[in-house]
Write a protein that binds this ligand. Sequence first.
Ligand code: GLU
Length: 364
Amino acid sequence: MRDLHARRIVVKIGTNTICREDGTVDQAYIDDVARQVVELQGRGIEAMVVTSGAIGSGSSELGLDGKNKDVAMKQACAAVGQATLMLAWRESFHRYGKSVGQVLLTYGAFSDRARYLDLRKAIDEMFRLGVVPVVNENDVISTDEIDEIFGDNDKLSALVASKMDADLLILLTDVEGLYDRNPEADRDAKLIPTVDEVTKDIERIAGTRKNERSTGGMRTKINAAKIAMQSGCNMIIANGRTPNVIERVAAGEEIGTLFTARSHYTNRERWILFACPRGKITVDEGAENALHAGRSLLPCGIVSAEGRFKKGDVVRINTLGKGIVNYSTAELQALIQKCQEDRAAGRNGNGTTVINHENVVFHD
Ligand code: GLU
């Protein structure tokens, strides 16, 4: 048995698990998930659902399965399918006297601190009222152009788990877990029961496995695992069709692959680290060393600033990590230029702080 002791659980269900072969939503399956979630709640565990299947079921309803779809068509499918999906969840949870609350998210909702705090309050309130939050990406308005897209619900569910301080994330999919080799190609492939660290080897064996209706595969699940682990949240990949899988996994039964939690980031640090960056600041080696030594970022260590950010936004810093910037792009570019002029004239131009050291978070 695994020692999980989860008090707050996020259950994510993939498109291939929730939809039948023909793309329609499998109501009996949703009933079964609802039964298990209600059972957990009866034991004082707060559980929420991240559901995929909007694009898949919309596509099937509109007779567009198998057709090449551009972004607008996928968004239209999501608009149709999301309604179908929520009705299905509502019907199933109503059987157990529970209401569901629809939560549609874009990456941007996590990147603005005020919006994120409001979201957290709303979900906490749902738990207080005994409502089951049912989350999906707001595919209709999520757009790549403004970096507001999660793209896959694996990452979305890991970020939800992180932001909501969940201690267990269960990814229900159509395979048993992570194998040491491709189980479709190699009959000797073995299931890996536990991953304590996502090494290059783990990333390599995750490979890519894609399917027409869903976005994810093992690779997106491994990326989700990194976020969950860094957030102090255990994550389990398991076959969603295993009988009573949610209850059994939550009880510690050794099913699927467990990615063990190993948090060293505070909630605020996680917010910075997982926020959608509004731009990128490239710094020189001296500034990189200064940041690592716990000092703040000054204008003269900056080589360039790209993107469209304002004061208080999160930006990427080289490949080191992220930070909250004290200036807008235009202000910062002016500061960098002034620094270069000062330097050319033999003056010291560092008079202000661009990113305070307590607002910098490094990747692992
Ligand atoms: N948000 C998408 C949907 O509901 C699913 C994305 C995914 O497959 O991860 O259709």
